[in-house]
Ligand binder design. Structure first.
Ligand code: ADE
Ligand code: ZN
Ligand code: ZN
Length: 258
């Protein structure tokens, strides 16, 4: 009986779809963004979040998925990803009735622009924007509509059974065995002024189209993955974390300058 319960609990956890860059990925995006905030944006972020910084706030929408509140149980679920079939543009398909990450970004941006919004509403909005801009840079958070962003693609990764989505949320990142501050310290010196210029367009549709293009190149022909897959995609992981951070800062700098 005890064994059965253990097995059921284990199965329940291991079959949960992965929802986001893992904690490290989100924190790296938040911490990189923190470096590039303007004084105005930094002041607004501090007013809204208090002592909690962008790195800490970035993982909150994943933590809250365990809350029994209907907002977290149902409404906010689709806010972590979008679906864009291969060969299509986001605006050709738009968002489903329940919303998606781009829909949620608009929603929470409107909250931050609303002078009547409470501090609590602003906190929710800023934490979500922080999280969603990270998610949109994870190539498989722009799903092709066939496999829940790779959650349904069973793979082995260094001998452990997992799925392609989870490998991109956290497997490839954790492979480096760095903390989020170590990751940030490695990436920041590689981000040039020219990179920041090239990445500066504030358009979630552009970021998502990049994710979709990358996504279409990362499905392995055989899903038994280890060092070779890590080697092939290492630069892509570094690029998407760097771009996520630079763009989160650009988004907040523009938002809080207006
Ligand atoms: N569920 C459906 N599509 C998904 C995606 N791209 N990422 C995470 N969860 C999903
Ligand atoms: Zn997420
Ligand atoms: Zn995910």
């Amino acid at each position: 009986m005890v064994r059965l319960v253990v097995l059921l609990v284990f199965t329940a956890f291991t079959s949960l779809p992965a929802f986001a860059w893992g904690k490290t990925g989100h924190r790296v995006v938040g911490e990189i963004a923190n470096t590039y905030l303007t004084d105005d944006a930094r002041k607004s972020v501090e007013e809204i979040l208090g002592p909690e910084g962008l790195a800490e706030a970035s993982t909150w929408p994943d933590l809250m998925r365990s809350s029994p509140d209907p907002f977290w149980k149902t409404e906010a679920g689709p806010y972590h990803y979008i679906t864009v079939p291969t060969g299509k543009m986001y605006d050709e398909v738009g968002h489903p009735p329940e919303g998606d990450a781009i829909f949620a970004l608009e929603r929470f941006k409107a909250t931050l622009k609303d002078p009547g919004a409470t501090r609590e509403e602003r906190q929710l909005a800023l934490r979500f924007i922080n999280h969603i801009i990270g998610d949109l840079h994870q190539p498989l958070h722009v799903g092709n509509g066939t496999d829940r962003g790779g959650n349904d693609v069973t793979c082995s990764f260094f001998g452990d059974t997992t799925n392609l989505h989870a490998i991109w949320d956290s497997g490839l990142i954790d492979q480096e065995q760095l903390s989020f501050t170590e990751w940030t310290a490695w990436l920041l010196p590689t981000i040039t002024e020219a990179n920041r210029d090239a990445w500066s367009k504030i358009d979630p549709r552009v970021w998502s189209a990049e994710s979709a293009a990358i996504r279409d190149t990362i499905y392995p022909s055989e899903c038994d993955l280890s060092y070779g897959y890590v080697f092939d995609h290492r630069e892509t992981v570094r690029l998407r974390l760097s771009q996520g951070g630079v763009r989160l800062a650009a988004y907040l700098n523009a938002l809080f300058a207006e």
